[in-house]
Design a protein around this ligand. Structure first.
Ligand code: Z5A
Length: 211
């Protein structure tokens, strides 16, 4: 049975993930590929409720473990309800963030031991890994300028050093896993999308040659 490809978009706040997700879906459609777009945390009604709870600014501090478990609870629902069934139906799934974000934010940003994240990763999605991860790399100060006019959620209120650690963690993972493509997100949108188009073109070609 043919199976769709799983593509994830990663990067810090404001690097252009949402903007480029739309571009990817249009690109795939033009190539005759059926795709669905989704996001984390979220992607199903229950997971979206968990997202609201995760992003809300409140008086009670959320412990790191609570945050980690809520992210994986949302992910479990998302993988079972959307990601796996869509891939099995030969649709490509384009997801705004996945478990690399947990390694970067909770691991790099908050200091959670990678081994603890790996245990939850194995429990929640076993062998499932993205076929391609587009990591949009941008200095936190430029990203912050791009979203300066928005109201800040609980994560976006973190200080600069937190986002520097998140970025370092993403770059470390990009060096370790060949499924990563690092895209310079400081370039113009046109240049970023041309780069993404080239990467997608290669993936489409290789998926067709193995069918
Ligand atoms: N989180 C976590 O901690 N652990 C996890 O496991 C997961 C998530 C899954 C919500 O994620 C939070 O959850 C996130 C980490 C945490 N918080 N943070 N930070 P999210 O993905 O929903 O939130 P976000 O990263 O803050 O998304 P965002 O603010 O919507 O950013 P974006 O989607 O990457 O950017 P954008 O909206 O597409 O673009 C921002 C602006 O820049 C916009 O005006 C664009 O027109 C502009 N733009 C885009 N590209 C360019 C270029 N190339 N040049 C100039 N301007 C550009």
């Amino acid at each position: 049975m043919a199976r769709g490809k799983f593509i994830t978009l990663e990067g810090s706040e404001g690097v252009g993930k949402t903007t480029n997700l739309e571009f990817i879906c249009r690109y795939l459609e033009a190539a005759g590929i059926d795709s669905v777009q989704t996001r984390e945390p979220g992607g199903t009604p229950l997971a979206e409720e968990l997202r609201q709870m995760l992003l809300a600014v409140r008086d009670e501090a959320m412990s790191v473990q609570t945050e980690l478990l809520m992210l994986f609870a949302a992910r479990s629902q998302h993988v079972q309800q959307i990601i796996e069934p869509q891939l099995a139906a030969d649709r490509w799934v384009i997801c705004d963030r996945f478990t690399d974000a947990t390694y970067a934010y909770q691991g790099g940003g908050r200091g959670v031991d990678e081994k603890q994240i790996a245990v939850l990763e194995a429990l929640v999605h076993g062998d499932l890994q993205p076929d391609l991860t587009l990591y949009l790399d941008l200095a936190p100060e430029i990203a912050a300028e791009r979203i300066a006019n928005r109201e800040r959620d609980r994560f976006e209120r973190e200080h600069r050093a937190f986002f520097e650690r998140v970025r370092a963690s993403y770059l470390d993972r990009a060096n370790r896993y060949p499924r990563f493509e690092v895209i310079d997100a400081s370039a113009t949108l046109e240049e970023v999308q041309s780069c993404i188009g080239e990467v997608l073109g290669r993936l489409i070609e290789s998926s067709r040659s193995t069918q």
